[in-house]
Design a protein around this ligand. Sequence first.
Ligand code: ADP
Ligand code: MG
Length: 266
Amino acid sequence: MEHYKVVKKIGVGTYGSACLACLKRDPSQLFVLKKVKVDEDNDKERHQAEMEVTVLSKLDHPLVLRYIDHFMYKGHLCIITEYCEAGDLYGWLRSLKTAPPEGQVLDWLVQVTMAVQYVHANNILHRDLKTQNIFLTHDGCIRLGDFGISRPLKGAMDLASTLVGTPYYMSPEVMSSQPYNFKSDMWSLGCCLYEMMSLKHAFDASDMNSLVLKIMRGQHLPISQQFSPELRDLTKQLLNKNPKQRPSPDALLKLPWLKEYVARAH
Ligand code: ADP
Ligand code: MG
């Protein structure tokens, strides 16, 4: 903590806490400091923690949360990243009273898909794609972050099969202990897209058994009629029980109606 000073705590996640921090020599420069407690005698845990840093530090894309620095401090692995002033998409959606307009949803969708496309092109699965891990900048751009449990793949065919993820966004194949694959991230993207339109989870239940059942059946709540048939259809394709039927980021970004929208908006 030689160069940074903690300003305030901004979030608690699954693997540690996130604080707003500034540069000691220039307090106007803000960053996020993520602290992950590491048992230094536990090799496996240290390795796991270092994994996030390794993954994050290799990525360089305007829509992926920018990695700045990392260091050990008092038994914690500290990771410095860029700060997204508008917080996470989950919080943003929960603060809305009505669904955002279609243009806004398409804008977010295209940005998140481009970030996922880049990550996948680097042979990395995100594995924890959810609205709490999509951050927003002051000018409304998204940054994909929190690669805590992502893991580089040796090759496209080498499927990592460890069961990880948040149940709300977990795909049917992962629920039934099949290997996590690139299309599992696309299911989670479908869940995020559903949430952008409905302001609630695509699959929800009061207990774990019912949630698992709903996901296994692909039984999501209806999508609001205020959105175009194309967008509603795309959501259904992403939430297809068969991973092969879900579009890849490339295929999604090539959809003519979506390309037309992007061309008109810019
Ligand atoms: P975890 O692995 O603990 O889930 P996250 O990186 O997702 O860690 O951080 C937890 C929460 O802290 C996020 O959901 C978000 O609300 C906030 N947060 C984390 N990083 C940033 C950032 N760069 N900009 C703004 N808010 C952030
Ligand atoms: Mg998180």
